[in-house]
Design a protein around this ligand. Structure first.
Ligand code: PMP
Length: 287
């Protein structure tokens, strides 16, 4: 079956979908995105993703090409057309395609933004074998720009980080700035010390994960202690547990950091429990 994708109002077979070579997403990474996971044919935390999208757009003075209600309808139509049960919907908005390449922003009245959505099917997404073994991470210097709270398509350094991890025989990288962990290449980072879950406080240095917000809420509801503060790699290596969260990996245990096993070197009880709670609660409220 050929995948159907959405481009600026049209549902098209993927091999017929086109974006201009002058699109500022292509030329300047002038765009933002969201990834919403799909479980049992339903969208997980869709409203949260739309709130963050609106914020990303506003921070970059980028016009929203559609309302959240219209975007929901497009998400659902793509899931139907592509028969997706488990997987994700990717959405990207760029500042459109002006007549010429120019650093100055084009007039939005003349150059409408570009809206693209597509699906990726991942049957059994919630039963990832990796969640049973946990992942290994390395630490790398965080050299990204200073507005990581905006979800831009500027993902070159995170891609390089993943490649550095692969080369080291690991799964992912945690980024470190001024001696403290910011986040993973595509996820938020956590450690567990005793009964306390520690994750970096929000700010311009990290993306405010939609999964992070839900997991911290569930953790507090389950009477777990949560500390939102920066931590070092040394503290992480000495922690009882570590894990990451993101829309597509949910809660994923981290069992090794820079070659040091974390705790027993196997997924810990807090990460396992939070994963269970997150999946159970998310399925309940998915739309
Ligand atoms: N931080 C970064 C840098 C990310 O790319 C992501 C995933 N897009 C996250 C955190 C996690 O965000 P979410 O839980 O909304 O997927």
């Amino acid at each position: 079956m050929t995948r159907t994708v959405y481009v600026n109002g049209d549902y098209l077979p993927e091999d017929q979908a086109r974006v201009s070579v002058f699109d500022r997403g292509f030329l300047m990474a002038d765009g933002v995105y969201e990834v919403t996971s799909v479980l049992g044919g339903k969208l997980v935390d869709f409203d949260g993703h739309m709130v963050r999208l609106a914020r990303s757009l506003a921070e970059l003075d980028l016009a929203a090409p559609a309302t959240p209600e219209e975007l929901l309808a497009i998400h659902r139509e793509l899931l139907r057309l592509n028969d997706v049960t488990d997987g994700m919907v990717y959405l990207q908005i760029t500042r459109g395609a002006p007549a010429d390449r120019d650093f100055a922003f084009p007039d939005p009245a003349v150059t409408p933004s570009t809206l693209v959505l597509f699906t990726q099917s991942k049957p059994g997404l919630a039963d990832s074998p990796l969640a049973r073994t946990g992942i290994k991470v390395i630490s790398i210097e965080d050299i990204r720009w200073g507005r990581r709270d905006i979800k831009t398509v500027q993902l070159l350094y995170p891609s390089m980080g993943k490649m550095m991890a692969k080369k080291a025989g690991c799964d992912d990288a945690w980024m470190v700035e001024d001696g403290h962990v910011t986040e993973g290449t595509s996820n938020n980072a956590y450690i567990v010390r005793g009964k306390t879950i520690v994750t970096r406080h929000l700010g311009n240095e990290i993306l405010a994960g939609i999964t992070r917000a839900a997991v911290l809420r569930f953790a507090r509801e389950a009477q777990m202690q949560v500390e939102e503060r920066a931590f070092t790699i040394d503290e992480a290596r000495a922690a009882d547990e570590a894990f990451v969260t993101s829309a597509t990996t949910f809660v994923m245990p981290v069992v090794e950091i820079d070659g040091t096993p974390v705790g027993a070197g196997t997924p810990g009880p807090v990460a396992r429990r939070l994963r269970e709670i997150y999946l159970e609660e998310s399925r309940k409220v998915a739309i």
